[in-house]
Design a protein around this ligand. Sequence first.
Ligand code: ATP
Ligand code: MG
Length: 708
Amino acid sequence: MGSKKEEVRRKRIRLHMEGALTARDKVGVQDFVLLDAYTSESAFLDNLRKRFSENLIYTYIGTLLVSVNPYQELGIYTLSQMELYQGVNFFELPPHVYAIADNAYRMMCSELNNHFILISGESGAGKTEASKKILQYFAVTCPMTESLQVARDRLLFSNPVLEAFGNAKTLRNDNSSRFGKYMDIQFDFKGIPVGGHIISYLIEKSRVVYQNQGERNFHIFYQLLEGGEEELLAYLGLERDPQLYKYLSQGRCAKESSVNDKNDWKTVSNAFSVIDFTKDDLENLFGIIASVLHLGNICFEENQQGCASVPDTHEIKWIAKLLGVDLWVLLEALTHRKIEAKTEEVICPLTLDLSAYARDAMAKAVYGRTFTWLVNKINSSLVNKDFPGKTVIGLLDIYGFEVFDKNGFEQFCINYCNEKLQQLLIERTLKAEQAEYEMEGIEWEPIQYFNNKIICDLVEERHKGIISILDEECVRPGPATDLSFLERLEEKVGKHAHFETRKLAGPKGRKKIGWMEFRLFHYAGEVTYCTRGFLEKNNDLLYRHLKEVLCRSKNRILKECFLVAELENRRRAPTVGTQFKNSLGSLLEILISKEPSYIRCIKPNERKEPSKFDDFLIRHQVKYLGLMEHLRVRRAGFAYRRKYEHFLQRYKSLCPDTWPHWHGPPEEGVERLIKYIGYKPEEYKLGRTKIFIRFPRTLFATEDAFEF
Ligand code: ATP
Ligand code: MG
């Protein structure tokens, strides 16, 4: 054991020395703060490229970790790597996701406070992989008792289940998370992980009924068909071939060589048993999944009156059986609509289009709510009543800024989410940083940064913001359309400095805004949104008739998802936009009270290839991730700070005046010490209670002297 420890120690020292000595050679700098031309984007990219070409995918900006997806296994997540990073000071080893995890963990243990790690970046940049690596790191390195192994396993196994139901193959990523995820890992007072809690955000329900070319539906459908046992499929009335299902075959890639559905099914089945799903749970759950597939295959025909009818009831029979609903009532609900007249209900037949709309709305509603049920169910298995958590580390794996050629309601929500998170960064980092310097009486130039609160307000302000305007348009009597929504926007926020529509032509050189579009000037850059589909997506309407059917379902899960009380409540449910706004508000409340760490992930190329560094694509991400601004803030400030007593305690052996004991005030001891080891005036500042060191390299040198 002793020699093992020694071996790890030696390796650490070697890596530390390599890091310190090679800080400026061909592998670039480990911390962008050390760049000479730190404000130049080209210097930033050069450094990232140099490191990437050496398979060094991690680089710091102070304590923020920048990670470039290597698209290959690099052997940097081994057990021995985990040992290496355990309990080591942040800047002593090369940058790594384990260092971020370990730092948060040690701070939590020593200061008994809560932390979160925010992982952002665009689709395919490696967010989910990073969050899994962190979870694994905790699972392996944290202390553990036999009785708490179950809790640890449940935390680990919640991932494959959520991924099966919430991830899908897209053009950008074969395993793309189609929901935002926040996961609290709860630790007891000894630092043992005892439980957890997950919150999900905005699952992309539209994928259930439609997929673009080259994309798939959520993994679980294909896994069930490929891997499900014969008896299970027979019970669900399903065939093996995914091409037979409309909801699975529109993207024309139901069979995808990069995804192994059969194996994944085994993993998911095993995970279900670890997180305590009963046979009954699974029967009900897959009854719903199969019903969605049957729903997709229902075809409507136009009868002589121009109304929709269902010529073949084969699929509906299966749905009725699996969901425990009445066949004829369901049939009526899919082809008719109840309209409330003054004293009575009138049943009107639906047209072909509206029936198809009702069918798809039912599939989306059923899947969306089942996903929420699944998250709740996982949460109930992660609660640990016997060992309540004392402190938490939250992992936030959430969609980064999205700017496509065409941006719709989803991008609007996602980018609004990123504005809110930027607000948090401003609150937590910039303001806190300035406040600390002021408190410590340290002189420094205030950083000029853009406070994006003005954009958050533009989107979310009550009665005046874009979401409120959209909501008003959704309930306005009369023919509201995506166009009338745009007109309303023009009327109410048209003059806002961060907003533009077609009528107000922007400065020359800016891309023209097209038909039905508006533009927002986000903190990270401008994005043009097309209002087409905004009203429908925000309303997310499920006809009352269908809701009634679902509320009467005998399927135990659906019963929990569609409560009868909902029918009695005549008030409109909050719109998607408002729900999202509220859930983001709660998320911010959760985060604001915790200590932050940040990981920014970058996708190196669109082709998912290793070793390809696409300058154009990466420059774009550096901009939208706000990395240059972050670097500016970090560089203007100090990379390292420690209380005098702690600093002295660690380095006192380097100076004969302070070794072995210093009896005076710690501040004076530190002054003696740094004078002795030769700190230059520009390298540090002395505050009221702490020493502030501008660059990590100063600290490296001190550490080197200390080790040898
Ligand atoms: P999305 O927003 O679409 O969910 P994401 O940022 O979560 O995207 P990931 O699913 O984490 O992206 O990563 C995409 C793929 O890139 C992974 O499936 C894996 O193949 C590869 N990848 C990501 N990070 C790493 C890594 N650190 N090492 C090796 N491969 C990686
Ligand atoms: Mg992901």
